[in-house]
Design a protein around this ligand. Structure first.
Ligand SMILES: Cc1cc2nc3c(=O)[nH]c(=O)nc-3n(C[C@H](O)[C@H](O)[C@H](O)COP(=O)(O)OP(=O)(O)OC[C@H]3O[C@@H](n4cnc5c(N)ncnc54)[C@H](O)[C@@H]3O)c2cc1C
Length: 376
């Protein structure tokens, strides 16, 4: 594992720092709806015109094909410059829909979608979870029946982030009648403007509508929009989740260190011994997460389930930091930036992208080799 920067790394860091200093928007991102979409897509377009979009994507597909070491440098500068959160409505498209199309899509699908994503011209959402099929994704029941050159889709998805402002969806459906579990599924590109789709936003406890439930009534999706083979969607979905749980989260993990430093600055005047110890612990834990991120990304060969470890440590530390902020700042948290909003949002960290219990199961079974739990 090489952590010492080369001369070229230092030049790269400087160019990233200069570009970010000149281009990061002065205003905060709106929380939801079309204003949030405009802010995020303008930012991606600006990154693209500056050569800073699709940094992890292969050059052959319009990206920059950066090494893990360079990605880390970029994201270190990104969070230091307080650039817009990477977890906005462009996250799915840039971090897992695009990479999934690159890995499993047809030439036509790549030609149509990839440049739109990189330039901030299309927003994607993910339609995997259903009522009753979240952790147990393989039990999903939304169906697609082949009818000529189309799939006719009926059913319901839920918790689909940014579905109300998305152009396309990664849609996972059951296409083999009578199939069970992970067999007989297909991963489909769903155009969100198709007739028969109803999107109902859901408001969360922070008062924001980030996700939605979606109803599909005889929605006709061309078979040419199936990614990978019909009935082989589980393998494609695992590719998607692999991207979602890995490099995509670097910025979020590094952001936690910045939050701890912000909290230390804000808390300074009131710091007693107990608070100082708490803050010191949080700073050490954020540094440990950073080290874990570097180790995971720079290690060759990668191990496939490291993403679960990073996700779990990140999610639980994020909740601890936000809880501490509310305890330490008291009523001041209501006026000092976004602490109250981010505190309420942090509750979802141990649910989204796989709950903490599910990540622990993966770590136990796949990394530690403990006995598998009984499966339905
Ligand atoms: C902010 C946010 C954004 C999201 N965005 C999306 C999105 O864009 N697209 C999408 O498809 N989904 C999305 N989700 C849904 C998310 O993937 C699911 O909520 C998650 O997988 C859990 O599923 P569930 O809600 O059905 O809970 P359940 O699976 O019903 O779990 C309920 C509880 O039981 C526990 N549990 C379940 N099974 C086990 C087990 N085998 N062992 C131990 N404990 C278990 C869980 O840990 C949890 O505590 C989002 C969720 C959140 C909170």
């Amino acid at each position: 594992m090489q952590l010492d920067p080369t001369a070229d790394d230092l030049i790269f860091r400087e160019s990233a720092r200069v570009w970010l200093a000149e281009n990061v928007p002065a205003s905060d991102a709106p929380h939801e709806g079309q204003p949030a979409r405009k802010y995020a897509t303008d930012w991606v377009a600006r990154c693209h015109s500056g050569g800073w979009s699709g940094l992890a994507w292969p050059e052959a597909h319009g990206g920059r094909g950066l090494s893990a070491a360079r990605l880390i440098i970029w994201y270190e500068e990104y969070v230091r410059a307080r650039a817009p959160s990477a977890l906005d409505c462009t996250f799915v498209a840039l971090n897992h829909a695009g990479p999934t199309l690159i890995a499993c899509g047809t030439d036509e699908q790549k030609a149509f979608h990839l440049s739109r994503i990189l330039e901030g011209r299309s927003i994607w959402c993910q339609g995997f979870s259903e009522p009753g099929s979240g952790s147990d994704l393989a039990s999903l029941a939304t169906v697609g029946k082949v009818d000529g050159e189309h799939l006719v889709v009926n059913g319901q998805k839920i918790w689909s982030s940014y579905a109300d402002i998305a152009d396309y969806q990664e849609l996972l459906i059951r296409t083999e009648q009578g199939s069970q579990r992970h067999r007989g599924l297909s991963w489909v590109i769903c155009d969100m403007s198709l007739p028969g789709i109803t999107v109902r936003p859901i408001r969360n406890m922070a008062g924001v509508s980030h996700f939605a439930e979606i109803f599909y009534d005889d929605v006709r999706i061309p078979l040419s929009d199936v990614v990978g083979k019909v009935n082989d969607g589980w393998n494609v979905a695992m590719t998607t989740l692999g991207f979602e749980r890995r490099t995509a989260a670097i910025a979020l993990q590094l952001e936690l260190s910045v939050k701890v430093e912000d909290l230390i600055t804000l808390a300074e005047p009131a710091t007693g011994t107990a608070t100082a110890h708490l803050l010191a612990d949080l700073r050490a834990e954020a540094a440990a997460l950073r080290a874990m991120t570097y180790r995971t990304l720079l290690r060759e060969p990668e191990t496939p389930f490291d993403g679960s470890m990073m996700r779990l440590v990140f999610a639980e530390l994020s909740q601890k930091i936000h809880r501490a902020a509310i305890d330490i700042l008291g009523p001041e948290a209501l006026v000092a930036g976004r602490w109250t909003h981010d505190y309420m949002e942090s509750y979802s960290e141990t649910i989204a992208g796989g709950t903490a219990e599910i990540q622990r199961n993966i770590i136990a079974e796949r990394i530690l080799g403990l006995p598998r739990e009984a499966r339905p």
